[in-house]
Ligand binder design. Structure first.
Ligand SMILES: Nc1ncnc2c1ncn2[C@@H]1O[C@H](COP(=O)(O)OP(=O)(O)OP(=O)(O)O)[C@@H](O)[C@H]1O
Ligand SMILES: [Mg+2]
Length: 487
């Protein structure tokens, strides 16, 4: 390989097919005399435009179907060299870092230029790169395999961070998030999952339905079934958030509700039935009363609130259990209506903030699939700013990248990117600040299913393509098919 050109942070390198370089590979351009080297990543492989090659290719075309008879005379034996040149490749590479002190120190600078005549270019094995960049740490999570070694990231790269898993349908996003969740549990972390399709409830089972190591650590909560809350245990602020944000109660009515709540609380009578009675008998404007009544019925209809204390408290219980030994609380929203989803999510987030501010919980990793379906508008910014300070570290999972606001992409510390073929989807993701858009567009377009491009803190900003490893977990919530199992 030979260094050909450098412009900004793009380097062009000439190579031959025999060197077998592919998109995503890392190369080291070593300049022995300068004692430094450039680490570059191949983001595109093109044919080299060697002068005369076009002419040669045209000559070798059969002309108009007429066969030319005769013998090829090649006295200087240059034909093999010409075919060799025709296959020459141009590798378009991005500079990722500079190595100094004989491979001891990495710095992100790209301000120097290696010598074109002296420098030696060779492939940089991912394992060497990972070691150089110190990607692995005390809390390893094995993501899968790269071309020649395993990719192991550190759980601390998710700690205090915002991550996004995105890619088109069926590429393996939920699978990767299950891998992250189980690995976090192994390290003793508390995880909460908003499960849209009921596909995480099987985390505690192997593929043939037996209990696995996580069985006691996965708590599946289905709102209205095993997950209910007693009104008297709910903080007024949480109820108000539910009423205002999920059920759109106007401000004046909310003030009246606050009075009713205090009145019932003083009487020690905070039950659903008493609440209904109190609204009926309350002296206030009829519009306010109607507004309160309709929300009261919406609350009853969720089936999520109860007066029976033995039904309630499972969320607190499982969270506190998870705090001790690590565990995942899966909020199964599969059969919950759109409004009820918002009520439940509002409650769970409110409850988490309550437990975190009182230090009964240290921190929580939140996994949210298709969050635009249940997360209210103002929560998005909250999650990256306020929630992070409370200790809620979110991973968003989506196959519609434009459902996540641009500001969230900008704040994201890690992006796990699966295949996207659609130009506009790629455009959205490539706007993320931590990644240059050429890399994203060029590599993500060619990723096969189950392969993912890891970007950000987890890989110390060296984008790495990895084949996500398999898991022995029961898959649930699969797409129901008509033509399956009949053959
Ligand atoms: N790395 C992997 N190894 C083995 N099987 C995998 C892997 N990744 C995904 N799968 C399997 O492929 C199927 C699709 O994966 P998954 O449900 O994670 O895709 P998805 O991107 O979440 O799809 P959707 O957009 O529909 O939610 C699942 O049956 C899953 O078990
Ligand atoms: Mg999925």
């Amino acid at each position: 390989m030979r260094l050909y050109k450098k412009e900004g942070n793009v380097v062009e390198i000439l190579s031959f097919p025999i060197e077998n370089v592919e998109k995503g590979d890392y190369l080291l351009i070593e300049d022995g005399e300068a004692g430094k080297g450039l680490i570059v990543q191949v983001i595109d492989v093109q044919f080299a435009n060697v002068p005369g090659v076009l002419e040669e290719l045209l000559r070798s075309l059969p002309d108009g179907g007429e066969f030319i008879t005769g013998e090829d005379i090649d006295p200087l034996e240059i034909a093999p060299h010409i075919t060799y040149l025709q296959d020459a490749r141009l590798l378009i590479c991005k500079i990722r870092a500079t190595v100094e002190d004989n491979g001891e120190k990495l710095s992100p600078s790209s301000s120097w230029l290696p010598s074109r005549s002296r420098s030696v270019i060779r492939k940089l094995p991912i394992s060497t790169l990972l070691k150089l960049a110190k990607v692995e740490g005390r809390f390893p999570i094995i993501i899968g395999s790269t071309k020649e070694s395993l990719l192991t990231i550190d759980a601390s790269a998710l700690d205090g961070k915002l991550s996004i898993i995105t890619g088109k349908k069926g590429t393996g996003k939920s699978h990767l998030s299950k891998l992250l969740i189980t690995s976090l549990i192994n390290h003793g972390a508390t995880v909460v999952v908003f499960d849209m399709n009921g596909e995480y409830v099987g985390l505690g089972l192997t593929s043939d339905g037996k209990w696995n190591a996580y069985h006691n650590k996965v708590h599946a909560l289905t709102p209205g079934q095993n997950f209910k809350v007693a009104l008297k245990n709910v903080n007024l602020n949480i109820i108000l958030d539910i009423l205002i944000h999920a059920l759109h109660l106007p401000g004046t009515s909310a003030r009246e509700f606050r009075r009713i709540w205090h009145f019932l609380k003083e009487k020690g009578n905070l039950t659903l039935q008493e609440l209904g009675e109190a609204i009926r008998n309350w002296h206030c404007n009829q519009n306010v009363k109607d507004a309160l009544y309709s929300r009261y019925y919406a609350m009853i209809n969720t089936g999520f609130f109860t007066d029976n204390p033995s039904d309630a408290g499972l969320l607190d219980e499982s969270l506190l259990k998870a705090r001790e030994e690590g565990g995942a609380i899966v909020i199964n929203l599969r059969n919950t209506s759109a409004i009820d989803k918002q009520v439940v999510v509002e409650y769970v987030l409110g409850k988490l903030v309550e437990l975190l501010t009182s230090w009964r919980l240290k921190a929580v990793f939140l996994f949210a699939e298709e969050a635009h379906l249940y997360l209210r508008e103002t929560y998005w910014d909250d999650i990256v700013t306020r929630m992070r300070h409370f200790g809620i570290f979110t991973t968003f999972i989506t196959n519609q990248p434009d459902s996540i606001k641009e500001s969230i992409y900008r704040q994201a510390d890690n992006i796990f990117l699966f295949n996207f073929t659609n130009e506009s989807d790629l455009e959205v993701v490539s706007r993320a600040v931590r990644v240059d858009s050429d890399t994203v567009k060029s590599i993500a377009r060619d990723l096969p299913p189950q392969y993912c491009l890891v970007l950000g803190t987890a890989v110390k900003d060296f984008p790495i393509v990895v084949r996500v490893r398999a898991l022995d977990l029961k898959t649930m919530g699969e797409t129901r098919l008509f033509f399956s199992g009949n053959n």
